[in-house]
Design a protein around this ligand. Structure first.
Ligand SMILES: [Zn+2]
Length: 92
């Protein structure tokens, strides 16, 4: 069982959460200006990190709020959580 510390509710079982997309992968300001190739890269090309990776997460069975996690993909361990808009915490 993996515990994820929701910034509003505290530690909860991972079954209460919904995994979201990569964090800090900002939507293009004007998608209509992108070529098909650029739009495709935005939609389908993401970092495939082996180690700490910033992700979005939703506490779907709790407060239903979105927040960011830093998860070590090699060990499936949550290293940090923070609310969207707050600075990304330092991780080792
Ligand atoms: Zn919550």
């Amino acid at each position: 069982m993996l515990l994820i510390a929701c910034p509003w509710c505290g530690p909860r079982d991972e079954a209460e959460f919904h995994y979201g997309p990569e964090a800090h992968h900002d939507h293009p300001a004007d998608p209509a200006l992108l070529s098909d190739e650029e739009w495709g890269r935005y939609l389908f090309f993401h970092d495939n990190t082996h180690g700490p990776r910033a992700e979005r997460c939703c506490h779907s069975a709790g407060c239903r709020r979105w927040f960011h996690t830093v998860r070590d993909t090699a060990h499936h361990e949550i290293l940090a959580v923070h609310r969207i808009g707050e600075p990304k915490p330092e991780t080792a």
